[in-house]
Design a protein around this ligand. Structure first.
Ligand code: SF4
Length: 272
């Protein structure tokens, strides 16, 4: 970084007002620690249309503590893998696409599980807000950290509800239900708008009774603005083969899209 700073200072003219302004800004950045924190990023989708409102750049964070049976991104699980990126590098990328975001678009941090890197996420979202970039967090709520501070800089939470019954949650994800519950409580307190997502899996989460239970669970979250049911699909299976791990839902077919629509109408009519 030292080399880059001197180069830039030379380009601006070492005694020019622009140079002093530039160096002053860098000192503030260093004070804030922006350059110390690095995030582990799996990949970046520069123009995404399905992860939040409008046109968005989607950052897929590396690392996840869950092992959802239907996960189609097992390549995001290992926190040691992925590419290191710092806040400045990401902001630079986002600013390139900012003209496409319009009034509704922005950045979405997805995964993997972005909440495994909460400190980095806070710094990133703070910097996004400074640059007028709208922030969306797409999460299963499986992390730990200062959620209160994070949510101050989060415009929208997309909360992926895996299951609402603790034992079934463990069965489906391998995780402890108290972890997303803690996150959800912080979201309720913050009042941040929430979109709920839920994957409908044949014979696991596709019964009317299950959807009624989901409705009751969602009804306890006052800041919900939208509920989306997503039909389970088998597109990620080849990744398991490539990684040499067995796929837990081998015999489960794709979820019927028409049936998902019926369940979606049911839940939308009753909740929103
Ligand atoms: S939370 Fe997402 S990335 Fe993690 S195991 Fe579940 S589906 Fe996969």
């Amino acid at each position: 970084m030292k080399y880059n700073l001197l180069n830039k200072a030379d380009r601006l003219g070492r005694k020019s007002p622009d140079c002093w302004l530039f160096l002053f800004q860098k000192i503030i950045d260093l004070e804030r620690g922006d350059y110390a924190l690095k995030g582990k990023i799996h990949s970046v989708e520069t123009v995404g249309l399905v992860d939040g409102p409008g046109v968005r750049t989607v950052l897929f964070f590396q690392g996840c503590g869950l092992r959802c049976k239907y996960c189609h991104n097992p390549d995001t699980w290992d926190l040691q893998a992925g590419k290191e990126m710092d806040v400045a590098e990401i902001i630079k990328k986002l600013k390139r696409y900012q003209p496409y975001y319009g009034k509704t678009g922005g950045v979405t941090c997805s995964g993997g599980e972005p909440l495994l890197q909460v400190e980095f996420l806070i710094e990133l979202f703070k910097e996004c807000k400074r640059n007028n970039i709208s922030t969306c967090l797409d999460t299963a709520g499986y992390g730990k950290g200062d959620y209160k501070e994070l949510l101050e800089y989060t415009d929208l939470v997309i909360f992926d509800v895996k299951h609402y019954i603790p034992e079934k949650y463990r069965e489906l994800t391998g995780g402890n239900f108290s972890v997303p519950t803690e996150f959800l409580e912080a979201v309720k307190k913050s009042g941040t708008p929430v979109w709920i997502r839920h994957v409908v899996v044949p014979n696991i989460t596709d019964s009317e009774e299950h959807i009624r239970g989901l409705e009751n669970y969602i009804a306890t979250i006052p800041n919900v603005k939208k509920v989306e049911l997503l039909p389970y699909h088998t597109l990620g299976v080849s990744k398991y083969e490539n990684m040499g791990i067995s796929y837990p839902l081998k015999d489960v077919p794709n979820m019927d899209k028409e049936k998902t629509k019926i369940l979606q109408n049911m839940i939308t009519n009753n909740i929103l």
